[in-house]
Design a protein around this ligand. Structure first.
Ligand SMILES: C[S@@+](CC[C@H](N)C(=O)[O-])C[C@H]1O[C@@H](n2cnc3c(N)ncnc32)[C@H](O)[C@@H]1O
Length: 252
């Protein structure tokens, strides 16, 4: 395996094919190109692969801690206190949280990158509307929602892609609307593919998870023009590997 840039360049010169005969500057810029923070093809493939098992293993909120649900309840109450109760479950997965919010009086639609997860959401919650789409390009007009929930859906986007997600969430919220964000709290990344391989998938499965602190997310909220209302940071419980953080914010 060629580790250093020199070794990689030497290896490049040994093969016929793309790159052969190109000026060194072009070859170097290709080698040093950082990964595109908005390229979610690997995330989509991974969730398509595990969708059926995810729906079976996590059918509802049984794994959520009471403290976490208290924050979701506070969000639902903030939304339903107004006249408009439309909520976007952004990164809805199999729709289990959409169902939970529906039972608390919200009119929920869900959007998710993974057609496989959306298929499970439609199968398990046939009364709700789910759409395939990205958090970074939400397929909704400005100011459509009284609430947006990002429940463990920002976690596969690297730091460079976060501003785009929060700008989109802020765009689709109307003034006075609320945002709820839940995520594993910390620093660095984790490889989630092992956890999903326990379901028995032998095919290639790449799933990197990014950890953020509540302060990181608080800054994104502020930069998107939203106002933080409150935050919960709690220690890991049971089989959780990380602390958990949940932030509630409002649109001015
Ligand atoms: C850990 S699951 C959480 C799903 C759901 N919110 C729940 O609590 O069960 C993460 C979900 O976020 C979705 N996701 C990740 N990045 C996304 C993006 N850029 N746009 C839309 N969905 C995304 C994945 O497809 C996956 O369904």
């Amino acid at each position: 395996m060629a580790d250093s840039v020199d070794e990689r360049l030497a290896a490049e010169q040994d093969v016929d094919g793309p790159g052969q005969g190109l000026p060194a500057g072009i070859i170097l810029s290709v080698i040093f190109s950082p990964p595109d923070p908005l390229d979610f093809r690997g995330v989509q493939r991974a969730y398509d692969t595990v969708a059926e098992d995810y729906a079976a293993y996590l059918p509802d909120t049984r794994w959520e801690a009471p403290l976490d649900l208290a924050m979701v309840d506070a969000f639902a109450m903030a939304v339903t206190a107004g006249n408009d109760v439309q909520v976007l479950d952004a990164g809805c997965g199999t729709g289990r949280m959409s169902q939970y919010l529906t039972e608390r009086g919200c009119a929920v639609v869900g959007v998710d990158l993974s057609p496989g997860m959306v298929a499970m959401a439609r199968r398990n919650h046939p009364d709700l509307v789910f759409t395939v789409g990205s958090l970074t390009e939400l397929p909704y007009p400005d100011g459509q929602f009284a609430g947006v929930m990002l429940w463990y859906s920002i976690i596969h986007t690297p730091p460079a892609g976060q501003a785009r997600i929060f700008a989109e969430a802020a765009r689709v919220l109307h003034p006075g609307g609320h945002l709820l964000v839940g995520f594993q709290s910390g620093k660095g990344t984790r490889d989630d593919s092992k956890a999903y391989r326990q379901f028995g998938h032998e095919i290639e499965l790449e799933l990197e998870r990014h950890l953020y602190t509540a302060d990181d997310v608080g800054l994104q909220i502020e930069s998107a023009g939203l106002r933080e209302v409150c935050r919960l940071v709690r220690r890991a419980q049971g089989k959780e590997r990380d602390d958990q953080a949940i932030l509630l914010a409002s649109a001015q």
